[in-house]
Design a protein. Sequence first.
Length: 275
Amino acid sequence: MLESITPLLSDPAAWAALVTLVVMEVVLGIDNLIFISILSNKLPPEHRQRTRRIGIGLALVMRLGLLAAIGWIVGLTAPVFDLGLQGESFDTAFSWRDLILIAGGLFLVWKATKEIHHAVDVAPSNDMLEKDKKDVVINNVGSAIFQIILLDLVFSIDSILTAVGMTDHVPIMMVAVVIAVLVMLLASDPLANFIDKNPTIVMLALGFLLMIGAVLIADGFGVHVPKGYIYAAMAFSALVEVLNMWSRNAQIKKAKAQEAAQAALNKAETAEPGV
């Protein structure tokens, strides 16, 4: 391993590929990180950080394992069956990669739709009261980790196949994956806490997951949507929501200042007769 890395240290092209791959892996990891944050925030507070770290750690292990089996990963792009239909804007020849992306996209759409339904449904659920609390927590943590593993697999295969098209050096890919996952680990807690404290951000993030799921399904059917358009739309939506949050906070501060001024005025008027 060291023998294969040492020659790359003096190659400027290898360093350029490493930086590019790190940026790409971090950007692609945003989708995974949003999903992990939303899923972990549904757990009791004492289990959230551990679940996020387990999920991100599993993502690292899975991606490194898939890189070790890079030949098998590349083979996933070979067609498995063909429906025989002629389409200019879509492909009817499906590979294992296509099937995995379609399955992952359908899962994301289902999960995001379910979470949106729970967010807007005002009817309380009493299911949690019918079971032992400890058993419910264990089951929820196990379910969250299982769902994280499923999405880790989808995002890992997609990101690695993208990396293969950028460089042939597996050590560079591995270093890029490790750095990107460390960045995700550092950003996971602040992002999850920010989402948890801002309910409107939760709905926005679920909308992102819906869009990402639809893009994965489209990609599986051979309709390739440029990733730049997707992330530009996400960044613009996030910027608009940040502006809305600033506006709401400014209105709250203004209302509090007016209340404080009115309270001071009322106190002064009450104190006047005794002067």
